[in-house]
Design a protein around this ligand. Structure first.
Ligand SMILES: [Cu+2]
Length: 150
């Protein structure tokens, strides 16, 4: 048993190092939400699904990750008002910045979403966060909505 534990610890350290090199981090068991961008004409694009519900009581307990996939042949961006990306610096310190991420063509980006703003909420309120591609808004409101519920 002892040797199994040791090797498990070694592989965990290796994984953590790899994650550090790749520039993102993700706690084990983090809830993942996938979004895929679609072109809708020359000036418009839409991230789908357009309606996402995230439960504070369950899906935010072990961290929150968005996976942003761009199968198209041009760069898109994912922006959400009121949500923050969490970035781990070289020294392990966490910084937060408003959620706006470029995803180049045929690329997939994983980002850690800050859950700090939800941790102290104990009421039953739900909140809505609109998201969209700021590079291709077009004239119409083609964005989606993330609903964070208890
Ligand atoms: Cu776009």
């Amino acid at each position: 048993m002892h040797s199994m534990r040791s090797s498990h610890r070694a592989s965990s350290v290796a994984t953590a190092a790899l994650v550090g090199v790749l520039g993102f981090w993700s706690p084990a068991g983090a809830a993942e939400f996938h979004f895929v961008v679609q072109d809708v004409g020359e000036k418009k694009a839409v991230w789908v699904p357009q309606e996402v519900v995230i439960h504070r009581s369950t899906e935010m307990q072990d961290g929150l990750v968005f996976v942003l996939e761009n199968p198209t042949d041009r760069t898109h961006a994912f922006a959400a008002f009121g949500l923050f990306e969490e970035i781990m610096g070289a020294g392990g310190e966490l910084t937060r910045k408003p959620l706006r991420v470029n995803v180049t063509m045929e690329d997939t980006v994983r980002i850690q979403i800050s859950t700090a703003q939800f941790e102290r909420r104990t009421d039953g309120a739900s909140e809505e966060f609109p998201f969209f591609c700021p590079l291709h808004k077009g004239d119409a409101h083609l964005g989606g909505t993330i609903r964070v519920v208890p």
